[in-house]
Design a protein around this ligand. Structure first.
Ligand code: ADE
Length: 417
């Protein structure tokens, strides 16, 4: 019961999973406790996540906790086929994921994990919940709750909650501070640049790097691009975020203007058609355009495809579009998240905290599901702080404690000037 590309890739996958584990001390600590205490005993857990080395370590930890785990991909292009092979062969975790699968196979894989009648869903982009809501409502009665990994998924789930159609409680792992402050910023920052460089081998120093969106991901990508010597331009719709980008030292302007200036473009907005055909038409010849937002909707590729005079693959993960005006635009990874399509996603050290949140959120759900309503809940602050403490400990970093006097001062109002 699995659908993977090639079981013979398993030994390579196992080595890479172990390599990642060496940089995931917090998750390993949780896994060891899970192995002793089995807090997920009897739970069937369906996970729709990017099938990477880091995810493999999460799934292994959940299984150590007693869960029966079933996995499928949360994006058709992010699967690491050797990891999927090792999950099936060495860890006996049924996995349905093949890099490059088409949309039909993608949803068939989602159906396959849902057919196991999960008690908990673990999503990255809310595709399990959306599928359950749309066509597998028969499963709702058996589900105690779910977790969600990413900003885009949390937005979708909150909109379900607002419309009073959310069918079971969800913990928004993305909203934990030990998730988005680190994963979205330092993870997306580094892995997005990594994806662009692996796909193109272009120099960033001295070039103009345009970023759509200045949320946590945009902040991270901007900092890393600047650090590599690029001139960074940000385009935004939110005046506060735009102002923050200005104060952080970046040029801020509308995309219509930035489109004429950029050498490399990346979208991280979570919204649709952020860079449109009209923008492609005014870009410099040879411009590079990528998306690092969750869904492949941020670039208006359908129109670009229709209008282009010629489309050809010029490198792995690079499609060159020749426009009617003769200029060429290079689109990376078919507009899917470039950090996972062309590179390996966020490094293990940062996924360590994200997935520690996932593991502890699943445990929390088992312990508290009966008390929770059909709402989107934050990760409890206690869990967030425990993860930060464990991460610091694993890095060998000690911090100060408040003295009794300082503690009392913080709770008093009497003392003043
Ligand atoms: N999302 C971003 N990077 C990831 C990774 N390495 N593994 C799983 N999900 C991710």
């Amino acid at each position: 019961m699995s659908h993977i590309k090639n079981a013979r890739l398993a030994p390579a996958g196992r080595l890479r999973i172990e390599w990642a584990r060496a940089d995931m001390p917090v998750l390993t600590h949780i896994q060891e406790r899970f192995r002793r205490q089995k807090p997920l005993r009897g739970i069937r857990l369906a996970a729709c996540l990017h099938i990477t080395t880091e995810t493999a370590n999460l799934l292994v930890a959940l299984k150590a906790g007693g869960a029966q785990v079933y996995a499928c991909a949360s994006n058709p292009l992010s699967t690491q086929d050797d990891v999927a092979a090792s999950l099936v062969t060495h860890y006996h975790i049924p996995t349905f994921a093949i890099k490059g699968e088409n949309n039909q196979v993608y949803y068939r894989h989602i159906d396959a994990v849902l057919n196991t009648k999960p008690h908990i869903t673990m999503d990255d982009g809310a595709d399990l919940v959306s599928t359950i809501m749309k066509k597998r409502r028969d499963l709702i009665a058996g589900i105690i709750g779910g977790t969600e990994e990413t900003t885009t998924g949390v937005i979708r789930l909150k909109s379900m909650e607002k419309q009073k159609v959310l069918a079971y409680p969800i913990i928004a792992v993305n909203d934990a501070m030990t998730k988005h402050f680190f994963d979205n910023r330092y993870g997306t920052g580094q892995s997005t640049i990594d994806g662009i460089l692996r796909a193109t081998n272009r120099l960033l120093a001295g070039h103009t790097f345009v970023i759509g969106g200045y949320g946590w991901c945009g902040r991270g990508v901007a900092a890393r691009a600047k650090g590599m010597g690029a001139q960074v331009i940000v385009f935004e719709v939110d005046p506060l975020k735009a102002l923050e980008a200005v104060m952080d030292g970046y040029l801020v302007m509308p995309i219509a203007k930035a489109a004429r200036l950029g050498d490399v473009f990346v979208t991280v907005t979570g919204d649709i058609n952020v860079i449109r055909y009209e923008h492609f038409c005014v870009m410099r010849n040879g411009a590079i355009v990528a998306n690092s937002g969750h869904f492949n909707v941020e670039l208006e590729l359908d129109v670009l495809k229709k209008k282009a005079r010629r489309v050809r693959r010029v490198r792995e993960y690079v499609e060159e579009y020749t426009l009617p005006n003769g200029r060429k635009v290079n689109v990376l990874g078919e507009g899917r998240l470039v950090n996972l399509a062309a590179a390996e996603g966020h490094p293990a050290s940062v996924m360590d905290m994200s997935f520690a949140n996932q593991a502890l959120a699943a445990e929390y759900m088992v312990q508290n599901a009966k008390k929770l309503e059909k709402k989107v809940y934050p990760v409890p602050e206690k869990i967030d702080r425990r993860i930060a403490g464990l991460k610091l400990q694993s890095l060998g970093i000690a911090i100060d404690k408040l003295t009794a006097e300082q503690e009392a001062y913080l709770h008093s109002w009497e003392s003043g000037t």
